[in-house]
Design a protein around this ligand. Structure first.
Ligand SMILES: *[C@@H]1O[C@H](CO)[C@@H](O)[C@H](O)[C@H]1NC(C)=O
Ligand SMILES: *[C@@H]1O[C@H](CO)[C@@H](O)[C@H](O)[C@H]1NC(C)=O
Ligand SMILES: *[C@@H]1O[C@H](CO)[C@@H](O)[C@H](O)[C@H]1NC(C)=O
Length: 491
C-alpha cells in the first residue's frame, strides 16, 4: 500500500508537470442495458461517449448480451446524439470469468473475435473493460489470481490493441477501462507502475465512489473529495486520482468518475449532535432507498432523480421539512439527516455544488474529463450540467477540462495522515504556486481576470485562491464573473 505521506510527497512533485491541453474534455456516461426505457429520455448530447453496460464473457470467452436489449436502437440513439458508443464488458456481477479468459489463449481469442463481431455488426466505436478487479476478489463468485491477473491483463490488452488496430485500420476503435480507486493489484497490493497499460488503452475511467456505504461500520460519504478528519477510511476522490497518477498513468488519459446516486444508512444516534463528523456509528441494517430500491436486501441507493423527484430535495440544495441538509467542509459533500424523532436515517450523496468542487479538483490535476454512473439517474440534466459548467467558464475553440498553474496539493494532501485535509483556514499552509496565502471560502468560486480577453481566472479550492487557466486558445467567459453558492461554510 502507498502511504499517505508517500502520496503527499509525490503530489508535490506533480506540481512541475505541464497539464495536457490538447483535447476537448470528454464526458462518458454509462448506459445500463436494464435501464433502456429510462435511457430513452436522457439527453445524450451532453455526453461525448456512452458505454453500454454490460456484456459478460462465459468461461469459453463467448460474450453474452442481455437478450431483451435492443442494441441497434441504443447505438442509433447514441450516434444520433453525436456521441461515441462503446460496449462495456464486465461490471460488478459480470467479472466472474475475466481472470480465466485473459489467462487462457483460446478463451481470450474467442472473446476478442466476439467483440470484433459485435463492433462490426453494430458500428460500435470501441470496447470498455470494467474488470472488478484484477488481482482481487470483487464479487464472491469471481475467480481471481492474485499474482497473475495484472500481468495477464497487460498482455491481453497488448494483443487486443494490436488486433483491433489491424482489423479496423480505417476507423480506429477505442479501448477504455473502468478502474477502482487503487491501481490493479499484484500479490495483494496496488501495482507501483501501470504506465504500460496506459500506452495500450485510450482512457481509464476512475470509479471514485462507493467508498462508504451500508456495508461499512460507520456512516460516511459515498464519494468524499478528501478523507474525513474523523474517518478510519482514508479513501477519497483526491487520493485515488493521486494514486493513479503516481503509478504512472498520464492524467490526460484519466476521467474522474461520479456517482449520480447517494446511499441511505441507519445511524444509531442523532447525527446532528455531532454534525462536523459524517462518520458515525450505524447499524448493519440495510434500509430502503428510493422507489427503485425494491429488492431485499435493500441497497439503500438514492438516485439523484429520485432525491429530487420524490421531493426529499425541493431544489438542488433545499430539503423537505422531514429532512435537514448538512454541508461537510472536510469531505466537501452534502448529507441529509431525517428530522423525525427516532428515525435516524442518514443519506450521503453528491449535488451540483460538490460536483463542481470535484470537477475543479480533477481539472487542476489535468484529467481528461468525467465519467458518470449512470446517465439515467440525473434529474433534468442538473448533475451533468454541473460537470459541464466548468467547461462553460471558458470559451472560444478547443476548450479543455484542464489546466492550472498549481492549485496546491500541499494543502490538499493530508500532511501527516491525521491532519484534517481539505479546507484549511488556520493559515498553516503557504499558498503554493500562484495563489495568495489568504484563506477563502469554497463558496466563492470564480473570478475572471479579464472576461473575454484573457484565459486566467481564480477559484477557491481547498480554502485557498487558485489561479486557473482556460486551455489553449480559449478565454474566460464575459459576464457572471462570480459564482457564489453561499454555502461553502459548514451548517
Ligand atoms: C462464467 O462462465 C460460466 C461457464 O461458462 C457461466 O455459467 C457463468 O454464467 C459465467 N459468468 C458470468 C458472470 O457470465
Ligand atoms: C424515516 O423517514 C422516512 C421518510 O420520512 C421514511 O421513509 C422511513 O421509513 C423512516 N424510517 C424509520 C426507521 O422510521
Ligand atoms: C442554494 O443555492 C442557491 C443558488 O446557487 C443559493 O443562492 C442559495 O443561497 C443556496 N441555499 C442554501 C440553503 O445553501
Amino acid at each position: 500500500m502507498l502511504s499517505l505521506s508517500t502520496l503527499a510527497a509525490a503530489g508535490l512533485l506533480l506540481l512541475g508537470l505541464a497539464p495536457q491541453v490538447s483535447a476537448d474534455p470528454i464526458f462518458v456516461g454509462y448506459y445500463p442495458t436494464w435501464k433502456a426505457k429510462e435511457m430513452k429520455t436522457v439527453d445524450l448530447k451532453k455526453y461525448t461517449h456512452v458505454n453500454i453496460a454490460f456484456a459478460a464473457p462465459l468461461e469459453s470467452g463467448a460474450i453474452v448480451l442481455d437478450k431483451s436489449f435492443d442494441m441497434a436502437s441504443a447505438v442509433k440513439q447514441i450516434h444520433d446524439a453525436g456521441a461515441k458508443a462503446l460496449l462495456s464488458i464486465g461490471g460488478w456481477s459480470g467479472s466472474q470469468n475475466i481472470s480465466y479468459v485473459v489467462s487462457n489463449p483460446s478463451s481470450g481469442s474467442r472473446m476478442m473475435n466476439d467483440l470484433f463481431g459485435l463492433i462490426e455488426k453494430h458500428s460500435l466505436d470501441g470496447v470498455d473493460i470494467d474488470w472488478e478487479h484484477p488481482g482481487r476478489q470483487g464479487a464472491p463468485q469471481n475467480r481471481y489470481d492474485a499474482a497473475h491477473d495484472t500481468p495477464n491483463f497487460l498482455e491481453y490488452l497488448g494483443t487486443l490493441r494490436a488486433q483491433i488496430d489491424a482489423k479496423f485500420k480505417k476507423n480506429r476503435k477505442l479501448v477504455t477501462l473502468a478502474v477502482a480507486t487503487q491501481p490493479f493489484y499484484v500479490d495483494g497490493s496496488p501495482a507501483k507502475d501501470v504506465s504500460k497499460f496506459a500506452k495500450l488503452v485510450d482512457y481509464a475511467h476512475l470509479m471514485l465512489y462507493d467508498m462508504n456505504g451500508p456495508w461499512g461500520s460507520t456512516t460516511g460519504p459515498n464519494a468524499p473529495l478528501d478523507p474525513g478528519h474523523c474517518a478510519n477510511n482514508k479513501e477519497s476522490f483526491s487520493a485515488a486520482i493521486d494514486a493513479w497518477i503516481c503509478a504512472g498513468w498520464p492524467p490526460g488519459q484519466l476521467t474522474a468518475g461520479f456517482a449520480f446516486y447517494g446511499r441511505a444508512m441507519a445511524a444509531t444516534l442523532d447525527m446532528s449532535q455531532k454534525s462536523s463528523c459524517q462518520y458515525q456509528d450505524k447499524t448493519k441494517e440495510a434500509i430502503k432507498g428510493d422507489v427503485d430500491d425494491t429488492v431485499t436486501p435493500y441497497s439503500g441507493m438514492w438516485q439523484w432523480k429520485h432525491l429530487r423527484g420524490q421531493g426529499i430535495l425541493t431544489t438542488t440544495n433545499t430539503t423537505d421539512r422531514a429532512w435537514k441538509r448538512y454541508w461537510d467542509t472536510t469531505t466537501t459533500t452534502p448529507w441529509l439527516f431525517n428530522n423525525s424523532p427516532n428515525n435516524l436515517t442518514y443519506i450521503s450523496y453528491d449535488d451540483t455544488f460538490s460536483i463542481l468542487l470535484k470537477v475543479l479538483h480533477a481539472s487542476s490535476r489535468g484529467l481528461a474529463g468525467a465519467m458518470v454512473w449512470s446517465a439515467d439517474m440525473d434529474y433534468r440534466n442538473e448533475l451533468i450540467d454541473a460537470q459541464r459548467q466548468r467547461q462553460q467558464r471558458c470559451h472560444g475553440g478547443g476548450g479543455g477540462y484542464v489546466t492550472n498553474d498549481g492549485p496546491k496539493p500541499s494543502s490538499s494532501a493530508p500532511a501527516g495522515g491525521s491532519s484534517p485535509g481539505a479546507v484549511t483556514t488556520d493559515g498553516g499552509e503557504s499558498g503554493g504556486g500562484g495563489g495568495s496565502s489568504s484563506a477563502c471560502t469554497n463558496g466563492v468560486l470564480y473570478t475572471c481576470d479579464k472576461p473575454g480577453v484573457e484565459p486566467g481566472y481564480t477559484v477557491c479550492l481547498y480554502g485557498r485562491p487558485a489561479n486557473m487557466q482556460c486551455s489553449a486558445g480559449t478565454v474566460c467567459i464575459a459576464g457572471g464573473s462570480s459564482l457564489s453558492y453561499g454555502y461553502g461554510k459548514g451548517s
